[in-house]
Design a protein around this ligand. Structure first.
Ligand SMILES: Nc1nc2c(c(=O)[nH]1)N[C@H]1C(S)=C(S)[C@@H](COP(=O)(O)O)O[C@H]1N2
Ligand SMILES: [Mo]
Length: 423
């Protein structure tokens, strides 16, 4: 047990009151500890006998060096190179719901480009009364909104279709980030250009070499899509589309065009030219499921998990994770310790926000026995996150995209965890 745990005062004990055995355990160990003087308490430490750094030292800060393992990671064998590739958010080490931009996953088809605000242009053309070109400054003159949304790549968990594969929540579920965006509703831009109501689609593309063109139904474009220029209060990072990206709430990450260059209003989707004819799901019978834009409800226990083992013995254990739905708000998350035989309802840190990450906690008393940890999300459409087997019955094992099956971590008596499957 860490000193940190033993030195926790009354509030920690109050939490333990339901379990007499645990209270005795803590008290006994605590007494034993008190007999040994702790130099961290009794001796003057270096950080108290000198001065810290001044306010001019770090104009823009990074996390303290003790946290330098909380970083994006790449899986080398997944893609041929690092340019058309992806890295993963260290969700196992984060808490709350907002993803710091510096460790939020990146997915590029032709690398992250550097495009200045001065060089930025956004064109709107096609079925509009007035084809227009906006500069960055023009965009900042429209009324803007703030919304927090998750962005999940459709390939998130895609390596797990045929069985448990990657050992860590970062790798199985880390193609996701959740930020507070500031931007102009796309509706405003479409209205400014005088869109033709016969235009049922828009085609959007980015300024990078891949351009990542996608067609989006006009209904969605007019609903909640944002032309965003800030994330978590600051300018978008280069890797997330600086200076302007599209935010398409609840829909697969591929549609969130970065370095947004052009919006074309059309009466049909642009087939063939789409980067994304490949973003379809191959079913068991070999046919394809396409136009699967919304990300279905999903969840994962982030700790304990393979990269976040239990650091202490039996007793109080906080099980935590994330849940989200591209179709609405998370209403409930259940957690199982026995591979889905029995379930306990977790505590939502806050009522679920629409199309945003929701943090859940199960404050539990671990008996020290092994667990098969799972979480199961429910959203306000009544949808319940399926098991992997239920998904495979419909989709087979040849899919890559849209795997929202229930994840299992096998937590052993020594606290270490492993990616496994139960059926
Ligand atoms: N212009 C452009 N936009 C793009 C991409 C790209 O390669 N180029 N990748 C897409 C994909 S597949 C995803 S999952 C998201 C990832 O956004 P992120 O890099 O901010 O995490 O951006 C999308 N938008
Ligand atoms: Mo993606």
């Amino acid at each position: 047990m860490s000193n940190d745990f033993l030195n926790k005062p009354a509030s920690r004990r109050a939490f333990l009151s339901g379990s007499a055995a645990a209270v005795v355990g803590v008290a006994a160990t605590g007494t034993a500890r008190a007999a040994t003087p702790d130099p961290l308490i009794t001796e003057v430490q270096p950080w108290a006998s000198g001065l810290g750094v001044g306010v001019d030292e770090v104009p823009y800060g990074l996390p303290i060096r003790f946290e330098d393992d909380v970083v994006r990671r790449n899986v080398e064998w997944l893609t041929a190179d690092t340019i058309s590739s992806i890295n993963f958010t260290p969700i196992h080490a984060l808490d709350g719901t907002i993803t710091p931009a510096g460790c939020a996953f990146e997915r590029h088809h032709s690398g992250a480009i550097e495009l200045s605000k001065d060089d930025y242009r956004l064109m709107i053309n096609g079925m509009v009364d007035r084809p227009l070109v906006f500069t960055y400054d023009d965009l900042e003159r429209f009324p803007r909104e703030n919304h927090t949304y998750f962005c999940e790549c459709a390939a998130n968990s895609g390596m797990e279709w045929a069985g448990a594969q990657l050992n860590g929540a970062q790798f199985t579920h880390g193609m996701i980030h959740n930020m507070e965006y500031t931007g102009v509703p796309l509706r405003t831009i479409l209205e400014e250009a005088g869109y033709d109501t016969a235009g049922k689609w828009i085609f959007v593309e980015g300024a990078d070499a891949s351009s990542n063109g996608r067609s989006i139904p006009m209904e969605k474009a007019l609903d909640d899509v944002l032309v965003a220029f800030k994330a978590n209060g600051e300018a978008l990072r280069k890797e997330h589309g600086y200076p302007v990206r599209l935010v398409v709430p609840g829909w697969e990450g591929n549609m969130w065009i970065k370095w947004l260059r052009r919006i074309e209003v059309l009466d049909r989707p642009v087939e063939g030219r789409e980067e994304t004819s490949k973003y379809t799901d191959t079913l068991a019978d070999g046919t394809s499921r396409k136009w699967t834009w919304a990300m279905d409800a999903k969840s994962v226990v982030t700790s304990p998990s393979p990269q976040a083992p239990v650091a202490h013995g039996p007793g109080p254990l906080v099980i935590t994770g994330l849940a989200w739905s591209g179709r609405g708000a998370i209403t409930r998350v259940d957690v199982s310790k026995d591979g889905g035989k029995t379930w306990e309802t977790a505590r939502l840190a806050q009522p679920g926000d629409r199309m945003a990450l929701t943090r859940f906690y199960l404050d539990t008393d671990w008996d020290g026995q092994e667990m098969l940890l799972q979480s199961r999300a429910m959203d306000d459409t009544g949808y319940v996150q399926p098991t992997k087997d239920q998904l495979r019955e419909i989709r087979g094992e040849n899919s890559i995209y849209h795997n929202n099956g229930i994840q299992t971590w096998w937590v052993r008596e020594n606290g270490e965890a492993e990616n496994v499957e139960v059926s």
